[in-house]
Design a binder for this molecule. Structure first.
Ligand code: MN
Length: 288
């Protein structure tokens, strides 16, 4: 059985990413450390109600290199456009798995339809590190709609697991990854208990989105996150209310992490190179 190694309570006050995304950083001081490899950063956006507007809310063109951004929408819609020519809307239940790798320039906004009618935005963005051998690969884009993500009913009809990446028991997830990662979006009913199979030696993080979850002798509520021990190959969780939570489980990369703003490489010199490549236009430009 895995134990809780570090509990990170929800922060009271987050920060804004551009003028569209009020986020709470979920990893706290663990962000960009080997303790949570292959994961880097995890922002919880909203939930927040926005009034209707004709304005574009969000973040304009900016680069990334050396890792992947995984954007998951729960409420509201995010519109995305990038230097590779990908453009699309991420709606409730959809996942965008963007591999920046050698470099991409993109923008992230509320969709025009969502902005014009207003409403609640709730989403997460997870940054996943790339193994050194793939950091300078060509960018890749996986646009995964809700219907393409397998949903498994838990035994006894106590809830469901959406398998976004990796495997849950013998069911394969929708996204392809460059290192072994399991990413699950789970709903568990009030007063129900489940035992989750996890890999020994892997990093495991549990993020409670709504509700209350008891495990390892602690109770986690909304926007709380726990890092589990690498020892142990399962965890038992009980929901005190109808609860929605995410499980991040991945094999540590065991490679040096050098991070600066939107770039994550293995060495400072590679970050310097990333800045030069972006400034000289080698990561591409956004059309239109
Ligand atoms: Mn971005």
């Amino acid at each position: 059985m895995k134990q809780i190694q570090t509990l990170i309570p929800a922060v009271a006050q987050g920060h804004w990413v551009g003028d569209g995304f009020p986020v709470r950083p979920l990893f706290g001081d663990l962000a960009f450390t080997e303790k949570i490899s292959p994961f880097l950063m995890f922002d919880y956006g909203g939930p927040m109600a926005f009034t209707a507007t004709t304005k574009k809310r969000g973040v304009g063109a900016h680069p990334h290199r050396g890792f992947e951004t995984v954007t998951i929408a729960f409420q509201g819609e995010i519109e995305h456009g990038d230097s590779v020519g990908n453009r699309g809307v991420i709606g409730p239940g959809d996942v965008q798995w963007m591999t920046a790798a050698s470099g991409i320039v993109h923008e992230e906004f509320h969709s025009q339809a969502f902005a014009s009618q207003g409403g609640v935005l709730e989403m997460v963005q997870l940054w996943v590190n790339l193994p050194t051998e793939f950091k300078m690969s060509a960018p890749r884009y996986q646009s995964i709609v809700k219907g393409a993500i397998p949903v498994i009913a838990l035994p006894g009809e106590v809830g469901t697991v959406r398998v976004i990446a990796g495997d849950y028991k013998d069911v394969h997830g929708a996204a392809s990854t460059f290192s072994p990662i399991n990413l699950w979006d789970i709903a568990l009913d009030e007063n129900k208990t489940i035992n989750l199979p996890l890999s020994a030696g892997y990093t495991t993080l549990i993020f409670v989105r709504t509700g209350k979850l008891v495990f390892g002798g602690r109770t986690l509520g909304t926007a709380d996150l726990a890092l589990l021990t690498r020892d142990g190959d399962d965890i038992e969780l009980k929901a005190l209310e109808n609860t929605q939570f995410m499980v991040l489980n991945g094999k540590p990369l065991n490679e040096p992490i050098a991070a600066r703003g939107p770039f994550v490489m293995n060495a400072e010199s590679e970050l310097d190179q990333a800045v030069r490549d972006y400034q000289s236009g080698r990561m591409g430009r956004l059309e239109g």
